[in-house]
Ligand binder design. Sequence first.
Ligand code: GLO
Ligand code: MG
Length: 346
Amino acid sequence: MPKPHAYRFCFGPWNLSEGQDPYGPPTRPAQTFDWKLNKLKELGFDAMMFHDDDAVPDVDNKSAAQLRQEAKELKRKLDDGGLVAEIVAPRLWFDPRTVDGAYTNTDPKCRKYAIERSLRCIDIANHLDCDLIVLWLAREGSYLRESKNARKCMDYLVQAIDRMLAHDPKVRIAIEPKPNEPMDQAYIPTIGHALALANLTRDPDRVGCLIESAHALLAGLDPADEIDFACTFGKLWSIHLNDQNGLKFDQDKPFGSANLRVAFNQVRALERNRYGRKGEYVALDVHPFRTTKVEHWTLHLENSRRTFLRLVDKARTFPEAEAQALIDERNYGALDQLVIEHLLGQ
Ligand code: GLO
Ligand code: MG
């Protein structure tokens, strides 16, 4: 199938995961970063997403000179493969100092660590020639409301983002909201929250968002409406497409796997907002089904891209005039069936 020129695709090394879950060990043997990068290239993807420590392992224990040298080596590797880094995200949920929150930790020493780590992440991004930092605010929330002062936490979040914006006058920050997991309740659960927070920072024009389909669904929202909302503000700078079967743990299923119509509407929303025309990527934050064999390890990525492109075709061939006539008549029964028949095909 021809690739519509406007869409470029990426994924992260964590999307070739080994199958470990809270109840059991890996189901596939560990692979090196280079193996994953080669797969990405072989599959014809355009870019890779990175956590700071995907790019430079053990980032906390390296000097600025080491960060620079290792990041530059990676940059050469990417250049050689004709690839770029789409985003770099500080991993602010693994270190013991982030156990009760990173920017919103109640301990000032831990908050200081989180900010310093984020600035190092920006330095790595700079070495990779990437100006977009993603903040998945994994532990910025609480297990019980009495354990933290949410009002203060909002100030801490703004202060942290301000420090990042001041560190590099060109960097842009995309907040990736998620309503829960690992926390009971996250402080920034939706795109509305992310954009409201952006507005309090020292340079709101450089703070936008990243929508993940599964995260919107976990918040009880339709990801297509979240896309239109973010695009209304010109703030959708990346997107993690995947799928989610109801209110469970974050499943990161292949795009369209649980609900094809919800996937169709996301693609339609991206099309009408001309997503990708300013260089934004379609990122597939999907995981293999746990018991996937080694020889089928990349199918979730290939299939998600394929489904996406087939839905682009469905969006472009949707009988708009017929649909509009039914909307004018308020004949929603027929409109509903028109969508179903279109998706089913001949
Ligand atoms: C987890 C998130 C995670 C982020 C990634 C980039 O639920 O979706 O995969 O997207 O860490 O920050
Ligand atoms: Mg994600």
